[in-house]
Design a protein around this ligand. Structure first.
Ligand code: ADP
Ligand code: MG
Length: 364
């Protein structure tokens, strides 16, 4: 088990990088705690696999150092780092049986037959592979092959960390849900550091204690699912997390009001003070879940036009136009019916202000 330190890591696949855009990773400077369940979340191409391969040793960073428990491993190859890695597509030996595939990482480390068998049976049980142990891997479905890959990643208990790179991509949706739950269980029992890469927010939020959000080669926020939802530190996190993403409105401050095209939205004192102290370009952000849409005028509400209502089963997504700005609200089932004219209320405790794309937040 290990605490992983990424000390001023940057990486370019080009021999002579010139500007920032030549870098797949711009500057990563972080410490990941021993035993954590981390998800690395971000859109395709943002650098997740690059970072994972730098941690496992498949890739040497252009700049910076990787430390495991304070020891510099930057120049060590993967086999010397004592790490297990599970890739997006199955990596296994087709001619071996399922048992032999699962036993392979243990055999390699010199485990005796008895311990190997015991551990293989445990892992096979977790992944529902017990009945396939004697089959040749070549004859199994894509799902089962990827389960074997997962098993090979999980089989050793003496690794510094287990890295998963979008491991459920080829798995069918129902099984995906089951396996995610199992991985979480295994993490809780093993207390190993798990780093789980995904571009799927649901996967990240259900698996991880801490989600690391990446964007264009940088880490924009590390937080619990709740922190990312309630206090997205960057507009990108606001958009990327939540369904639909956070609403943003360009605004100017007048006293305790955020003015949006001449319409005033009341802020609480501390939020307004943050806005006044900033000289950046201001935007008001609010999650669709917290934006209220009423059929009649209520206290502190502003008029808007309803543009669309989508029924999503147990909730509705309402699209409204507030003086030329399109906003989305998520209303529970059973909310009052709406006609074209509606009134929006922005609860003060759910309003966030952003300056130049970054969340304004009180220093703790
Ligand atoms: P992700 O896993 O988040 O989708 P990657 O780490 O694979 O992102 O890629 C980050 C960036 O680096 C992308 O712009 C990608 O095109 C580039 N890249 C990835 N692998 C290579 C490679 N082997 N050679 C050159 N460029 C690469
Ligand atoms: Mg990738």
């Amino acid at each position: 088990m290990a605490k992983i330190t990424l000390d001023k890591i940057a990486h370019s696949y080009l021999a002579k990088p010139k500007n920032e855009s030549d870098y797949a990773l711009r500057l990563i400077d972080n410490i990941w705690d021993d035993g954590g369940a981390y998800a690395l979340l971000g859109p395709s191409g943002c650098g997740k696999t690059t970072l994972l391969n730098i941690i496992s040793g498949l890739l040497t960073p252009s700049q910076g150092r990787v430390l495991f428990d304070g020891k510099d491993v930057t120049d060590l190859p993967p086999e010397k780092r004592n790490i297990a890695q599970v890739f997006q597509f199955p990596v296994l030996y087709d001619t071996m049986t399922v048992f032999e595939n699962l036993a392979f990482p243990l055999k390699n480390r010199g485990f005796n037959r008895e311990d190997t068998k015991k551990r293989v049976l445990e892992v096979a049980d977790i992944l529902d592979l017990t009945n396939s142990l004697n089959k040749k891997a070549a004859r199994l479905s894509a799902d089962a092959k990827q389960k074997i890959s997962l098993g090979r990643g999980l089989v050793r208990k003496d690794v510094a960390a287990i890295l998963f790179d979008e491991p459920l991509t080829v798995i069918d949706p129902h099984l995906k849900w089951q396996l995610r739950g199992k991985l979480k269980e295994v993490h809780e029992q093993s207390k190993l550091t798990f780093i789980y890469v995904t571009h799927d927010q649901v996967e990240a939020l259900t698996f991880a204690d801490k989600v690391i959000v990446m964007y264009e080669g940088a880490i924009v926020q590390i937080g619990t699912p709740q922190e990312l939802f309630e206090y997205p530190s960057h507009k990108f996190v606001g958009y990327f997390i939540g369904s639909p993403g956070m609403n943003f409105l360009s605004c100017k401050l007048e006293g305790n009001k955020a003015m949006v095209n001449g319409i005033g939205i009341e802020l609480d004192d501390s939020t307004a003070a943050l806005g006044r102290a900033s000289d950046g370009t201001l935007e008001l952000g609010i999650r669709p879940l917290y934006l209220e849409v009423h059929p009649q005028k209520v206290k502190n509400s502003v008029p808007a036009k309803v543009k669309a209502i989508e029924d999503q089963g147990n909730y509705k997504i309402i699209t409204v136009d507030l003086s030329g700005n399109i906003l989305r609200a998520r209303l529970p089932e059973g909310a009052e019916a709406l006609s074209e004219d509606a009134w929006l209320r922005f609860p003060k405790n759910w309003i966030r202000l952003f300056a130049d794309d970054k969340l304004l937040i009180r220093e703790q």
